[in-house]
Ligand binder design. Structure first.
Ligand SMILES: [Zn+2]
Length: 300
């Protein structure tokens, strides 16, 4: 599943040529991907004729502001891809569910074999209406995150985004100390920290020397500072390498290019292979029916 670095890779690529473009048509051939709308027609009506002003990201969501104050939100789900094409003559990949064309030329296609992903146009709530913003996000002292949550009610519940929200290690500590669940559960809960999934939670925990099943509230100050630093370091590095593309996964950027961070993974998907630090084989554990990879010796 695309996580923060993969979504950010897509965002950065699309920001280069989508901003300023006016949507001419949005053809939906699988209504499931626009399921928040009453009909595909309603989605089309909300987007056609509108100009894309910015390309932002919050957690695993791509956010395109339109000139009329609404936002196109795209969540890639398990296997979604946004792919650019020159025009209708470019061969359409299997599982293409939405095709955007632009007044200035070019196409953008939404491809998703498993159709867990979704697209919708969000309208801000009227001025003065009650919107409950995540209590964790409200700890942020800067960045664009709070403004995005205010404008897009569907994203108000999202927890801290490691880049779009600014949060020092001390406030991060307060969040961890309020949770008695395991670190892996806390790190992958989008309502607490938005953007981390299985891959980067495992890599972050390895980088901080912490076991996935440690209770979040049990961490010492030094451990919290290590974890806080590791989250941004690991994600920054992964973004630099265009995200992770594993053999059985479909992540590619809008030009169809895979990421290369898989070469740097220390534990994820490496069960039985020697740890790069201590040579002991990497172990696989289970958290809520999902695999978690760690080193028995390097993580405690
Ligand atoms: Zn090790």
């Amino acid at each position: 599943m695309p996580e923060l670095p993969e979504v950010e890779t897509v965002r950065a690529s699309l920001a280069r040529d989508l901003i300023g473009k006016k949507v001419k048509t949005a053809v939906v051939t699988n209504g499931r991907v626009v399921r928040r709308h009453k009909s595909a027609k309603e989605f089309r009506f909300a987007i056609e004729g509108h100009t894309i002003k910015t390309a932002q990201r919050l957690g695993k969501n791509l956010i395109f502001a339109l000139e009329n104050g609404t936002h196109l939100v795209v969540h890639l789900g398990m296997s979604g891809q946004l792919l650019r094409a020159k025009g209708p003559k470019d061969p359409k990949p299997k599982h293409t569910h939405v095709v955007f064309t632009f007044v200035q030329g070019g196409e953008l296609r939404y491809v998703d074999p498993r159709t867990f992903g979704e697209l919708y146009v969000s309208t801000p709530l009227p001025e003065g209406s009650d919107l409950e913003i995540s209590k964790f996000a409200r700890l942020s002292i800067g960045g664009d995150g709070l403004g995005l949550r205010r404008e897009i009610p569907e994203l108000a519940h999202l927890g801290i985004d490691p880049f779009e929200d600014q949060i020092g290690w001390d406030r991060f500590a307060a969040i961890l100390r309020s949770r008695s669940t395991s670190l892996k559960v806390v790190l992958t809960d989008q309502d607490i920290i938005a953007g981390l999934g299985n891959i980067y939670a495992d890599e972050t925990l390895f980088a901080s020397g912490l076991r996935y099943d440690r209770s979040a509230e049990s961490l010492s100050t030094i451990e919290i500072r290590r974890l806080h630093r590791a989250i941004t370091e690991i994600l920054t590095n992964a973004i630099k390498h265009g995200g992770t593309t594993l053999d059985d996964e479909q992540f590619v950027d809008p030009d169809g290019k895979p990421g290369s961070y898989q070469q740097f993974l220390q534990v994820y998907n490496r069960e039985g292979q020697p740890c790069y630090q201590c040579r002991l084989p990497i172990t696989r554990g289970m958290v809520r029916q999902r695999s978690t990879f760690f080193c028995e010796k390097c993580q405690s």
